[in-house]
Ligand binder design. Structure first.
Ligand SMILES: *Cc1c(COP(=O)(O)O)cnc(C)c1O
Length: 447
C-alpha cells in the first residue's frame, strides 16, 4: 500500500462501504481526471461511465467551470441567503433555472445537496397544506427501492431496505408502494398493463389512506441507484392522472435525471409530467461543487408567498455563491455547446444502438437504455432469465473486471449500470461498449 492509501485505511470511513472488506484491500486512489477519464495512482486510465456519482456531465476538465469558481472565490467566496439577503450568483442562477426547468416552475429553494432537497420537500409540502388550511394532508407516498438521499429524511422517503433496517427510526407519515421494475416483476406479462398496474397502486394507497390525509407522491422519473429502472410508457401518464384527480402534489426527484441525462433538460419533459416540486443536484454543477435546489410550481409558490409566517428552514450553504457561479457556467456551457440537441440528434441514438449490442452476450438477459443512462441484467440463463446464485456476487465480480478493463460501471446486485458524461463522443461510446464486453467475457470465464 502507498502511504496515502495507508492513511486512508487507518483514518477514513467511507460512505456505503463494508469496512472489513475495505481495510483488507485499501481503497482505489483516484488522482486526476480529464475529459471522461479518471486516472489512478498507478497511472491507469479508466473510462468513467458513471460520471463519478451520476454528476460529472461535462467531464473532468471543463475550464469555464474552473474559471467561474476562481473568479467568484476572488470577489465573494461566501455569503448566505438568510434574513433577506442575496448575492449576484444566486439571483442570476435562480433566473436561469426558471428558464431551463419545465414551464410553470419559476422559483427555486437552494440547498447544498440532493438529500437536503428532499428534507426541504418534506417541510415545504407540510407548510403548503397547512397554509391552505388542509393540515390533515400529511402522508407522503414514495416507492420501494427508491433513492432520495442519505439524511434521515432522505432515507425515510427512499425505499432502500438496508438503510431502513440500519436506521430503525424513520420519519413518520411516509409509505411506500411497489416500483415499476419490469425485468424482475413482469417477465412474460404485458409491459404496458404492468406499468398501469404499478401506477394504480398509488390510487389504491390514496383510497386506503383517505384523500384528505395524503400530501404528495415522490418519485425519480427513472430510478437510478435502485438499478436504472426505466418505467413502461404507460406508467407516468397514469401517475399524473391520479395526482390530479386526488389533489396530491407530485414531486419529481430529478437529482440524476435533470440537466440532460434522459435527452432533454429534465425527465419531466421526457415523460411529459407536470411536477409541483422538482429536486435538482448532481448535474446542476457537473459535480464540481456541491449544490442542490428545489423548483416550485407557480401554484404552490403562490400559496407559500401568501402565507404570513416564516418558512423555518434553510442551510448555511444554501445557494453558496461559488457553487452557484459554477452552476451558471455549467448551464451556459450546455447551451453554447448545444449539448442537448447533440445528444438528441447523434449521441443518444448511437449509444442506444451500441448498448443494445450487449444483448448478444451470453451473460446478458436485458439491455435497457434511455438517453444516456443504461443498464444490463446479468443472468445465468438467457431464456428463462434465471439469475446466478446470490452468494456468487456476480455483479461485484463484473465491477472488478470492468476496472481491470479500464471502465467504471456500477453494480446493483447483478444489474450493471452506466450514466456516462454527456460530452462522450461516438468513438468513446465504441470504447465504452468494447470494454464492457471485455469485462463480461472475463466475468464469464471466471464463473
Ligand atoms: C444522489 C441522489 C440523491 C441524494 O443526493 P446527495 O447530493 O447525495 O445528498 C437524492 N435523490 C436522487 C434521485 C439521487 O440520485
Amino acid at each position: 500500500m502507498s502511504s496515502l492509501v495507508e492513511y486512508d485505511a487507518n483514518h477514513c470511513f467511507h460512505p456505503f462501504s463494508n469496512y472489513q472488506e475495505l481495510n483488507s484491500q485499501g481503497a482505489r486512489m483516484i488522482e486526476r481526471g480529464e475529459g471522461i477519464y479518471i486516472y489512478d495512482d498507478a497511472g491507469n486510465e479508466i473510462l468513467d461511465a458513471m460520471s463519478g456519482l451520476w454528476c460529472t456531465n461535462l467531464g473532468y476538465s471543463c475550464q469555464p467551470l474552473i474559471d467561474a469558481a476562481t473568479t467568484q472565490m476572488q470577489s465573494l467566496p461566501y455569503y448566505n441567503l438568510f434574513f433577506q439577503t442575496t448575492h449576484p450568483p444566486a439571483a442570476e442562477l435562480a433566473k436561469l433555472l426558471a428558464e431551463v426547468t419545465p414551464d410553470g416552475m419559476n422559483h427555486v429553494f437552494f440547498t447544498g445537496s440532493g438529500s437536503e432537497c428532499n428534507d426541504t420537500v418534506i417541510r415545504m409540502v407540510r407548510y403548503y397544506w397547512n397554509a391552505k388550511g388542509q393540515s390533515s394532508k400529511k402522508t407522503i407516498i414514495s416507492r420501494k427501492n427508491a433513492y432520495h438521499g442519505s439524511t434521515i429524511a432522505g432515507a425515510s422517503l427512499g425505499g432502500m431496505g438496508l438503510m431502513h433496517k440500519q436506521t430503525g427510526c424513520v420519519v413518520p407519515d411516509i409509505v411506500h408502494i411497489d416500483q415499476p421494475y419490469a425485468f424482475e416483476e413482469c417477465l412474460d406479462g404485458d409491459l404496458q398493463a404492468f406499468g398501469l398496474e404499478r401506477a394504480q397502486q398509488l390510487e389504491q394507497k390514496i383510497l386506503e389512506l383517505g384523500e384528505a390525509n395524503v400530501a404528495a407522491f415522490i418519485a425519480e422519473p427513472i430510478q437510478g441507484a435502485g438499478g436504472v429502472i426505466i418505467p413502461p410508457e404507460s406508467y407516468w401518464p397514469e401517475i399524473q392522472r391520479i395526482c390530479d384527480k386526488y389533489d396530491i402534489l407530485l414531486i419529481a426527484d430529478e437529482v440524476i435525471c435533470g440537466f440532460g441525462r434522459t435527452g432533454e433538460w429534465f425527465a419531466s419533459d421526457t415523460y411529459n409530467i407536470r411536477p409541483d416540486l422538482l429536486c435538482m443536484a448532481k448535474g446542476i454543477t457537473s459535480g464540481y461543487l456541491p449544490l442542490g435546489g428545489v423548483m416550485v410550481r407557480e401554484q404552490v409558490a403562490d400559496v407559500l408567498k401568501s402565507a404570513n409566517s416564516e418558512f423555518a428552514h434553510g442551510f448555511t450553504y444554501s445557494g453558496h455563491p461559488v457553487a452557484c457561479a459554477v452552476a451558471i457556467a455549467n448551464i451556459k456551457q450546455m447551451q453554447s455547446r448545444q449539448i442537448i440537441p447533440n445528444l438528441q440528434q447523434s449521441i443518444a441514438p448511437y449509444f442506444a444502438e451500441k448498448w443494445s449490442e450487449l444483448m448478444h452476450h451470453p451473460l446478458v438477459g436485458e439491455a435497457r437504455v434511455k438517453g444516456l443512462v443504461a443498464a444490463i441484467e446479468i443472468v445465468q440463463d438467457k431464456t428463462t432469465k434465471q439469475r446466478y446464485d446470490e452468494s456468487l456476487q456476480v455483479g461485484m465480480l463484473c465491477r472488478e473486471n470492468c476496472i481491470k478493463s479500464g471502465l467504471v460501471m456500477r453494480a446493483v446486485g447483478d444489474t450493471m449500470i452506466v450514466s456516462p458524461p454527456l460530452i462522450i463522443t461516438l468513438e468513446e461510446i465504441d470504447l465504452l461498449v468494447e470494454r464492457a464486453k471485455q469485462a463480461l467475457d472475463l466475468t464469464m470465464a471466471s464463473l
